[in-house]
Design a protein around this ligand. Structure first.
Ligand code: COA
Length: 187
């Protein structure tokens, strides 16, 4: 881990996406250090970078069905997403985020592709409206009007087809230069 935070390190030397490892865990399987790094990334981006008084800790991270996915480099968490199961059985993918210093290197694409490969059924996402096109590359379609959530314009996007494999989740081939299996989470 970078003691003061990963920011300066990755500004000075951009991360090579091939050096990142994807991890998956339930809340109970997260080590305190990893949980800290995940929350640090979420707060750094959703609260600080986006200048939003946002109650990130909504309690849903602890739900038994919640799956946490993250991309790690030297114990720094550079990308994250969580998968929730809603009461109606639909899947919600949320908190999709990559560290600012590591953007535009297909980390977000890789995270979404890996998340979609793990779910079946109807997938729902509350997307920041400016990112509807970004989610569109995975097959998400915007539904209904924009709405303001925590001061930021959002739109509900849904995935019409259940996906079962990374290849299906990645029909455009986006991010294919960094395919990786998902190693089991270290205990
Ligand atoms: C959204 C976010 C996760 C994207 O992560 P990222 O790692 O920068 O994105 P990637 O590098 O994986 O994506 C780049 C790819 O998306 C494509 N893309 C970008 N914007 C797009 C758009 N509007 N429509 C279609 N494709 C788009 C690019 O073309 C690129 O693919 P290419 O190089 O093959 O052409 C990141 O910007 C982020 O964390 N933002 C702040 C947090 C946030 O708002 N999260 C979303 C909450 S809903």
């Amino acid at each position: 881990m970078t003691p003061g935070g990963p920011v300066d390190r990755y500004r000075q030397a951009p991360v090579n996406p091939d050096d990142l490892t994807l991890h998956e865990a339930s809340f109970d399987e997260l080590s305190p250090a990893t949980l800290y790094e995940i929350l640090r990334l979420r707060v750094d981006v959703f609260v600080v970078e986006q200048d939003c008084m946002f109650g990130d800790l909504d309690g849903r991270d602890r739900e038994p069905s919640c799956r946490h996915l993250w991309l790690e480099h030297d114990a720094d968490v550079l990308g994250y997403a969580r998968i929730l199961t809603e009461p109606d059985g639909s899947i919600q993918i949320g908190r999709v985020v990559t560290r600012g210093e590591a953007r535009d290197r297909h980390l977000g694409v890789r995270l979404m592709r890996e998340a979609l490969a793990r779910v079946a059924g109807s997938v729902v996402l509350k997307a920041q409206a400016r990112l509807a096109g970004w989610y569109g590359q995975f097959g998400f379609v915007a539904e209904g009007d924009e709405f303001t959530w925590d001061g930021i314009a959002h739109v509900r996007v849904t995935h019409p087809v259940a996906l079962t494999s990374p290849a299906q989740a990645n029909p455009s081939g986006a991010g294919q230069s960094h395919p990786q299996p998902s190693p089991a989470r270290e205990p």
